[in-house]
Design a binder for this molecule. Sequence first.
Ligand code: NAD
Ligand code: DAU
Length: 339
Amino acid sequence: MNVLVTGGAGFIGSNFVYHMLNKYPDYKIICVDCLTYAGNLSTLEEALKNPNFKFYKTDICDREAIYKIYEDEKPDVVVNFAAESHVDRSIENPEIFLKTNILGTQVMMDAARKFGNIRYHQVSTDEVYGDLPLDRPDLFFTETTPIHTSSPYSSSKAGADLLVMAYYRTYGLPVTISRCSNNYGPYHFPEKLIPLMIANALNDKPLPVYGEGLNVRDWLYVEDHCKAIDLIIHKGKIGEVYNVGGHNEMANIDIVKLICKKLNKPESLITHVTDRKGHDMRYAIDPTKIHNELGWLPETKFADGIDKTIEWYLNNKTWWETIISGEYMNYYEKMYGNR
Ligand code: NAD
Ligand code: DAU
């Protein structure tokens, strides 16, 4: 089977590439990634040595180039991870989010239609459901929860999801969508909460917690997300949405305190800074459908996953130190300098 993976040089996409190469030695994995600030070819160093792996440095919005890749590589399945993924950046500059996340998705699906109505999977997010109140722990996002977005990022992901379902209904494109909660693990770009706090703590830098830090996220180890997508592309029902999450809700402040403890750093590094605009309060996924229909269950407990993640950042300092010493420094100053 030929699997075309977009965004494979990013956090979840690269973990998915390795998951697929290891689990299916007879599959060919074709990766398309234009290497934005979030894409890193060194992440794919091992994959590039594998004869079953092929990499294209291509923008998913580049229709001509994408059509050529479909024509040459003849994918049986397409998994679209490529996206602008950081909420804070979307608040600063929404346009690229609309372009990549919506128009890029359109190009990928047009190509899938043109070259044989190819099986298409869209990697979406729980953020399309908006947020839940802290005082209603009984509420969870299900697949029928209405779309109700807060940020330009989540709106662009929701726009893409609507387009995917429109291509299913209008053209009969064989699609599925997964909506996952917050991932953590190896190769997570250090602009996001967990890797940012690990990197700052290791450098004895302030740990910038937005507002009071009471916002809740539902954390899932990245490998479990990859396994869920693997199941969906092999056994998922066409035209369906699957929520993915492991019932692991934690307040940001508790995550940051835990990281301090694990790294033996003082909590006095924690600095409360101005809150994110439109900050979603709580995300919480109900994964009943993917469990009942496809037998998926998360395998990594948070206590183990966070240890593995911290160990990875300790053992792979060159990977993240290279990132945070480059253009990232300007980003950091702009986002956190006067916060
Ligand atoms: P990421 O920012 O780490 O990686 C995104 C990758 O896409 C990068 O390699 C980047 O170079 C590439 N890319 C961006 N624009 C592109 C374009 N126009 N053409 C080709 N490649 C392009 O993101 P991530 O955290 O790995 O997220 C991957 C997907 O999963 C996204 O669609 C995101 O919305 C979704 N998602 C993420 C999470 C999470 O917790 N990180 C949770 C649920 C869903
Ligand atoms: O829920 C899935 C989503 O999770 C994905 O769709 C997004 O692509 C992914 O980036 C993530 O979005 P969040 O906004 O939840 O993740 P982030 O790591 O940016 O922030 C997590 C929480 O931590 C959020 O409440 C904001 C807070 N935060 C974040 C940063 C970067 C801080 O308090 N301080 C920080 O410096």
